[in-house]
Write a protein that binds this ligand. Sequence first.
Ligand SMILES: Nc1ncnc2c1ncn2[C@@H]1O[C@H](COP(=O)(O)OP(=O)(O)O)[C@@H](O)[C@H]1O
Ligand SMILES: CC(=O)N[C@@H](CCC(=O)OP(=O)(O)O)C(=O)O
Length: 261
Amino acid sequence: MVNKQQLTVVKIGGDIVDNDQLLQEFYNHFKKISGPTVLVHGGGNKASALQKELGIEPKKVDGRRITDAATLEVVTMVYAGLLNKKLVAGLQATGKNAIGLSGADGDAIRAHKRSVADVDYGFAGDIDRVNFSFIDELLSGGYTPVFSAITHDGKGQLLNTNADTLAARVATAMSSKYNVQLYYCFTKAGVLEDVENGDSLVERMDSTIYAAMKSAGQIVDGMIPKLDTAFEALSSGVLRVHVGTIQILSDNTQKHTTLCL
Ligand SMILES: Nc1ncnc2c1ncn2[C@@H]1O[C@H](COP(=O)(O)OP(=O)(O)O)[C@@H](O)[C@H]1O
Ligand SMILES: CC(=O)N[C@@H](CCC(=O)OP(=O)(O)O)C(=O)O
């Protein structure tokens, strides 16, 4: 464990990806990370905006998008196309040799269509396996893999996977070889006791606090899949999980939420 090489897996949310100023600030923090890095990005806001322009009403349940066939086309164009390539170009400008990928590229991430229980999520994908060797080869070659949240089922079907979940699963797979630090960056300081009050930061969160806050309705929407899968990652080998602003990537005195078991 101690002798493993360090790997930093960063997930940035849609609010950052869709804001050019924040994106520039993000590049400045990200380039200061030493050692190998993996970036996973969302883009939910941009996809919702384009859906509306096309007359499709965005629908989410517990932070996951209901992905019908038309929505799958929109999210593939937005995540695996525009946003992924924009991020790769931005990182190249900072000297990082980024390579943009969906889960279908290099068979990196296989998923299956989420089965219908209470809710039919359509072409939403739950991850079955992450191709450790492929990602490790890229890292060994000096590349920074940049993943969008599009996966595939190995039978020709693309699927839409929650980006936070994807980051947690990639981090978990890589933890067999690396000491992985997983960072979830968004526009808030971290997990808040009251989502409307930026000063109510929870600096250390364990699964008991999480369960209590969830049942009290203090954790809702996109924070649910983020924390559910973050705790899974932590109990499956990931060394540390941090939730906060992009500043936490290069300044370890910046207040944020650290998860612990
Ligand atoms: N307790 C909480 N603390 C902070 N944010 C929360 C909390 N509960 C719900 N949220 C919501 O979760 C969102 C972050 O998750 P998500 O929608 O996946 O965004 P992103 O992709 O930007 O990370 C926040 O913008 C906030 O609206
Ligand atoms: C199935 C599912 O919900 N997929 C997500 C993938 C993008 C994402 O997670 O983006 P953010 O990180 O910006 O929220 C979605 O389409 O919204």
